[in-house]
Write a protein that binds this ligand. Structure first.
Ligand code: HEC
Length: 109
C-alpha cells in the first residue's frame, strides 16, 4: 500500500517538474520570438529604454493592456495603427509562448 502511495506521489512530482520545465521553455521561446521580431524597436526586458524611442518598452505596454488583450491582438494580427510598426501575425503556439514570456514582465509567472 505504502509503495503504491509513494509511486503516485513520485509520478505527481515528476509531472509537476515536467510542467515547470515546459513553462520555462515556453517563456524562453516567447522571449526569443520577441527578440527576433520586436526587439529592434521595443525594449523587451525588464529595464532599459527601447532602441526606437517612439516604441514603448513591452513592460510599459503590459502595464497598459495586460497579457490577455495582447494575446487577442497577436492572434488577430497586430498592427499598432502606426506606420513605423509592421503588421505581425502569429501562430497560436507562438502566441502562447509570447504571452507566457510577457506575463513575466509584470512580475507574474
Ligand atoms: C519597426 C519598429 C517596430 C517593430 C519591429 C515592432 N514595433 Fe511595436 N511599435 C512600434 C512603434 C513606433 C510603436 C508606437 C506606436 C504608437 O505610439 O502609436 C509600437 C507600439 C506597439 C504596441 C502598442 C500599441 C498601442 O496601442 O499602444 C504594441 C502592443 C506593439 N508595438 C507590439 C509589438 C510586437 C509584439 C512586436 C513584435 C512582434 C512589435 N511591436 C514590433 C514599432 C515597432
Amino acid at each position: 500500500m505504502r509503495a503504491i502511495a509513494l509511486t503516485v506521489l513520485f509520478i505527481a512530482a515528476a509531472d509537476a517538474a515536467v510542467a515547470q520545465q515546459d513553462a520555462a521553455e515556453l517563456r524562453e521561446r516567447g522571449k526569443a520570438l520577441l527578440a527576433e521580431k520586436c526587439s529592434r524597436c521595443h525594449q523587451i526586458g525588464t529595464t532599459g529604454a527601447s532602441p526606437l524611442a517612439q516604441a514603448p518598452p513591452f513592460r510599459t505596454i503590459m502595464q497598459r493592456y495586460g497579457p490577455q488583450s495582447l494575446e487577442e491582438a497577436l492572434a488577430e494580427g497586430l498592427s499598432s495603427g502606426h506606420e513605423a510598426m509592421p503588421e505581425f501575425v502569429f501562430e497560436p503556439h507562438d502566441i502562447a509562448a509570447i504571452v507566457s514570456y510577457l506575463a513575466t514582465l509584470r512580475g507574474g509567472r
